[in-house]
Design a protein around this ligand. Structure first.
Ligand code: DOR
Ligand code: ZN
Length: 345
């Protein structure tokens, strides 16, 4: 046993599907899955069946989340440019705005540049806008943030080309940050796994690994779909991942591919800074970095009960998770009840 203490991970990009698709996940199973993966804070995306585009749908989700969450959580508001009048009614209650500029689950894509400009003009400047932006949409976002002075985060960078554009904008001192997912770091376009943005080539993936220092956060983009959906002729995009992110990364720490400090920066220090979260020493975890095990579907806490990494050998088992100074999860057992998680905003 070799115990390592780490700050509880902050995962700023998950889809817990509640309300609307609780056959895939709900706020209880999703946040339990988070704790099992050493994650003590999750930020949930707005692409629910009824999207979080109004104060009404936001409050409905919030009430569900408050009653079920076992880790801390924040919520995103969403927009395709038709709900500007809701911004002032919702902004104070969310951690940011999410805008899809490229197609993914839910099909809430904004294609109209004029509407995008209106979003930039109306969303509070000190509050972040998170973009799903690929290829030329990255250029567009950078151009508009420069013009309107917004704080922007581009989620799930996948290619050398995309990350190079972000690096250039950062060196121009724009308030731009970005993140990467485990699936874009561990799987490539030959793996047959369907996600958005699509998995990239080995060459792109190597570029991401070699430029981790320019990437601010690691996010799971935990996107549970049922096994039968994923095995169908038209599988939806996305993989679950909030529970497997830390063991996958600790395995790379062991191989010397990144340092523990780098991992802490990506999963705690940077997300705190970007989202103005106060320091929270009461949220920490203990992992046994010596324990090696095989990821198995049957041992997962996510309701969808599968992982693209099933069968992978990893090093690093989450033993204890402390939150609000309480031992919340220990050796695969939840020790707190539903509603324990705090709402962050
Ligand atoms: O693969 C994905 N699935 N990418 C996304 O951006 C959304 C997610 C989902 O909600 O299923
Ligand atoms: Zn996502």
């Amino acid at each position: 046993m070799k115990l390592l203490r780490l700050p509880g991970l902050i995962d700023i990009h998950v889809h817990l599907r509640d309300p609307g698709e609780i056959q895939k996940e709900d706020f209880y199973t999703g946040t339990l899955s988070a704790l099992a993966g050493g994650v003590t804070t999750v930020f949930d995306m707005p692409n629910n069946i009824v999207p979080i585009f109004s104060r009404k749908s936001l409050l409905e989700k919030l009430s569900v989340a408050k009653s079920k969450a076992v880790c801390d959580f924040g919520l995103y508001f969403g927009s395709i440019g038709d709900n500007i009048s809701e911004f002032e009614k919702a902004a104070a209650d969310v951690i940011g705005l999410k805008v899809y500029l490229s197609l993914t689950t839910g099909k809430y894509v904004l294609g109209d540049e004029d509407k995008l400009k209106i979003i930039f003009q109306n969303w509070p400047k000190q509050k972040i806008i998170v973009f799903h932006a690929e290829r030329d949409r990255i250029d567009l976002v950078i151009r508009l943030m420069e013009k309107y002075g917004n704080k922007v985060h581009i989620t799930h960078v996948t290619t050398k080309d995309g990350l190079e554009k972000i690096i250039a904008a950062k060196s121009d001192n724009l308030p731009l940050t970005c993140d990467v997912t485990p699936h874009h770091l561990f799987l490539t376009d030959t793996s047959g796994v369907i996600v958005k943005p699509a998995l990239s080539t080995k060459k792109d993936q190597d570029f991401l690994w070699n430029n981790l220092k320019s990437i601010d956060c690691l996010v799971s983009d935990h996107a549970p779909h049922t096994i039968s959906e994923k095995k169908s002729d038209k599988p939806p995009s996305g993989v679950p991942g909030v529970e497997t992110m830390l063991p996958l990364m600790l395995t790379e720490v062991k191989k010397g591919r990144l340092s523990v400090n780098e991992l802490i920066r990506l999963t705690s220090t940077s997300p705190r800074k970007i989202f103005n979260l106060p320091q929270d020493d009461s949220a920490y975890i203990e992992v046994d970095t010596a324990e090696e095990y095989i990821i198995e579907n049957k041992s997962l806490f996510t309701k969808c009960a599968w992982s693209p990494y099933a069968g992978w050998q990893v090093a690093g088992r989450v033993k204890k998770v402390y939150l609000h100074r309480k031992l919340a999860f220990e050796n695969g057992k939840l020790l707190v009840s539903q509603g324990f998680g705090n709402y962050l905003h």
